[in-house]
Design a protein around this ligand. Structure first.
Ligand code: RRO
Length: 304
């Protein structure tokens, strides 16, 4: 069974993409994930200047997922372009999506142009980090600014632009604005703003106090977001949020996702996660007599 998805003129085979923020600091680690069956990769979110990120602890393991407040640590675009070039030379047939964050339109344009110039096939605009003042979710909550950023980036690069949205607020309204501004796809969703408190120390655990929740626990939220956005826009949706098994992936596709991003699942199922999920998708489809993903995408909307 051929499990592939054509999205944005790119072929994802299988339709599983490494989500931003996991195993994506170096060309070597991203290549390794591709060798383990990932159909595409998104880089760590990269900004103009190097950033150390938030103080430790930056990650907490919860019962059904992870809580992080990394704080956009990254080496800055000048330094990261070396990794990107190296990655491009190592994974020629696998689409590379460059993730970028900024606080203003000019910086977004500069970052997107550098990503494309150095080997990215598409750009993912991080409009949704839940715990970075002035970046991320604060961009998507200002619809005028989001419109300008997407419109201007789209005008500057001749490649697909993906808008990664937060699960907060009216996501269908944000997705509609993103589509009208020229986004080629919506990534649904970033992590959920959350926190953990240690009873014994009577204090928040994360250095930044507030962080983003990912993994199995947020799957119903991501699924709902994909479902709502599918009813609102005509551009493709890439599902993200707690996809851990082949069944999860197919449920997201029923909600309307054309491809999926995987992140936290790798922590629980290892670097072989994409192969495992692909096998699970194939056997579940075989059992249900399905041979093509097109028979699945968006089908949960027809049964009401
Ligand atoms: O680096 C982070 O702390 C981070 C980012 Br950029 C993001 O988009 N989402 C998240 O949960 N963490």
């Amino acid at each position: 069974m051929e499990l592939n998805s054509e999205v944005l003129g790119l072929t994802f085979q299988p339709p599983l993409i490494l989500a931003s923020g996991i195993l994506d600091q170096t060309a070597e680690s991203m290549e390794r994930v591709v060798q383990e069956g990932m159909g595409g990769v998104v880089t760590k979110s990269i900004g103009i200047e190097p950033r150390e990120g938030h103080p430790n602890p930056t990650v907490v393991e919860l019962e059904t997922g992870l809580l992080n407040a990394m704080g956009l640590p990254n080496p800055g675009i000048e330094c990261y372009t070396k990794e990107l070039k190296e990655l491009k030379s190592r994974v020629k047939d696998t689409p590379i999506i460059g993730s970028v964050f900024a606080s203003n339109t000019e910086d977004f344009i500069l970052l997107a142009e550098k990503m494309i110039l150095n080997g990215a096939d598409a750009v993912e605009l991080n409009l949704s980090c839940p715990h970075a003042e002035g970046y991320g979710a604060s961009i998507a909550s200002d619809l005028e600014l989001m419109d300008e950023v997407i419109h201007e980036v789209k005008n500057s690069i001749n490649r697909p632009v993906l808008a990664k949205l937060p699960p907060s607020g009216e996501i269908d309204e944000k997705a509609k604005v993103a589509e009208e501004s020229g986004a080629d796809a919506i990534v649904c969703v970033n992590t959920v703003r959350a926190m953990a408190i240690n009873f014994e120390t009577r204090s928040p655990i994360l250095g930044n106090r507030i962080g983003g929740y990912s993994g199995k626990g947020i799957k119903p939220i991501g699924l709902r977001c994909v479902y709502e956005v599918y009813e609102t826009v005509d551009i493709p949706i890439i599902g993200c949020g707690g996809v851990t098994t082949g069944r999860d992936a197919l449920e997201y596709m029923l909600a309307g996702a054309s491809a999926l991003q995987l992140g936290t699942a790798i922590k629980y199922r290892g670097v072989e996660t994409p192969k495992k999920i692909t096998d699970e998708m194939a056997s579940l489809m075989k059992k249900e007599d399905l041979s093509n993903l097109k028979e699945i995408i968006g089908k949960a909307h027809q049964l009401r």
